[in-house]
Write a protein that binds this ligand. Structure first.
Ligand SMILES: [Zn+2]
Length: 166
């Protein structure tokens, strides 16, 4: 159990975790496939001390299902049981700090995102793609996990079907 380290960008960690499994055939491997891979991935995402690699894979699967609306949000409840607000007194009087493990921090990031930017975390609109995006566009119209990947691919496909029809 550690304090939620605020120097970590938890929304970015959440998105990277969701996208750490293969996107579509052409797009890479499971980055948490074995323990060595998972350790390397976790080190780069504020999780150096995380031992429970199975738990990391489990929360990834559950978050993916929740964002795809294949599972109810209640599946995330078990990951939050050990989150605590802990009071302490210091020079500025009474303060509270959040104690949560890495897995809980990722779920908390999902919760903050749902509260602050509802619906902006979503699956890529390419049906063959298994990746996710956080839509930061003002209009809320972003559709692809990346413009260079699915964005271009879908544009090319639309162009192709248009020219075929003509
Ligand atoms: Zn995509």
């Amino acid at each position: 159990m550690v304090s939620m380290p605020f120097e970590v960008d938890w929304q970015a960690v959440l998105l990277d975790l969701l996208n750490s499994s293969p996107g579509c055939d052409a797009l890479g491997d499971d980055q948490l496939a074995d323990r060595a891979d998972a350790r390397t991935w976790l080190r780069g995402h504020g999780g150096t001390h995380v031992k429970d690699v199975d738990g990391v894979r489990a929360v990834r699967d559950d978050l993916q299902r929740v964002v795809r609306r294949e599972a109810d949000v209640s599946v995330l409840r078990p990951y939050l049981v050990n989150v605590r607000q802990v009071p302490d007194v210091g020079a500025h009087g009474l303060g509270w700090s959040l104690k949560a493990d890495w897995i809980a921090c990722v779920v908390l990031a999902w919760g903050e995102l749902e509260r602050d930017m509802p619906g902006r975390l979503r699956p890529c609109a390419n049906e063959e793609c298994r990746l996710f995006l956080i839509d930061h566009s003002r209009a809320g119209t972003a559709r692809w996990c990346s413009m260079s990947g699915c964005g271009n691919r879908m544009k090319a496909r639309r162009h192709y079907s248009r020219t075929r029809r003509d």
